[in-house]
Design a protein around this ligand. Structure first.
Ligand code: AP5
Ligand code: ZN
Length: 217
């Protein structure tokens, strides 16, 4: 399946993507994780992205679309993928349609994770990420690490993201409303959107999403 995951910052996209990609045996492609990996490796792409991310703004489309396209080609889009954090504005959604139609492919579903804003703020302020792997995600209250300050899965150091500061989170939410939400209507017009209520335990949300995908298939 070819799936896009959307939802505000902190909705649980990365958390759900890890389980959904494993259940569906498709690659999880997160543009946020790709940018963070480039930053930690000190690449030119990472240097170009960092200031935008730290300010809570979108990285320019010229950088983002090329990076996402390369990653999809590497994964071989024909075998399916789960996109997390891409597309994030109408230009990116149109570019993705172009990339897929050139390959004779289509999206199967767009999962919209719905979470009230006050919950999103709680989730982001307590989030701790693993330095070794962006897919190991913890929360000081909701899913604490058992090994105090380190990742239970791989032993990596846990850290708080630079862009999880309160003022940057407010900016990211504003950017979500103005730039990203319009893609939901764009995909509704293609009858692809499935809204998933994303409050509740992580595994309950995964079950809701899997149930919705089975009904779509
Ligand atoms: P990105 O990394 O994509 O960040 P985001 O969209 O803001 O989303 P987050 O990673 O903050 O949250 P999430 O929904 O994945 O939640 P998570 O699962 O971690 O992008 C970062 C930046 O990169 C952007 O601001 C931009 O600058 C740039 N960028 C990325 N893609 C781009 C693009 N396409 N174009 C341009 N720029 C781009 O969960 C959050 C917390 O909640 C965790 O602590 C988790 O443990 C907890 N949690 C999750 N589920 C539950 C649950 N059910 N109950 C309780 N707690 C839960
Ligand atoms: Zn880890």
């Amino acid at each position: 399946m070819r799936i896009v995951l959307v939802g505000p910052p902190g909705a649980g996209k990365g958390t759900q993507a890890a389980y959904l990609a494993e259940n569906l045996a498709i690659p999880h492609i997160s543009t946020g994780d790709l940018f963070r990996a480039n930053i930690s490796q000190g690449t030119e792409l990472g240097k170009a992205a960092k200031a935008y991310m730290d300010a809570g703004n979108l990285v320019p489309d010229e950088v983002t679309i090329g990076m996402a396209k390369d990653r999809m080609e590497q994964a071989d889009a024909a075998n399916g993928f789960l996109l997390d954090g891409f597309p994030r504005n109408l230009a990116q959604a149109e570019a993705l349609d172009g990339i897929l139609s050139d390959a004779g492919l289509k999206l199967d579903a767009v999962l919209d994770l719905e979470v009230p804003e006050e919950e999103v703020v709680k989730r982001i302020s307590g989030r701790r990420m693993c330095r070794k792997d962006g897919k190991h995600i913890f929360h000081v209250e909701y899913s604490p690490s058992k090994t105090d300050g380190t990742c239970d899965i791989c032993g990596g150091e846990l850290y708080q993201r630079e862009d999880d500061r309160e003022d940057t989170v407010r900016k990211r939410l504003e950017v979500y409303h103005t730039e990203t939400e319009p893609i939901i209507d764009y995909y509704k017009a293609q009858d692809l959107v499935v809204t998933i209520p994303a409050l509740g335990k992580v595994d309950e949300v995964t079950q809701r999403a899997m149930g919705a995908l089975e009904r779509e298939a």
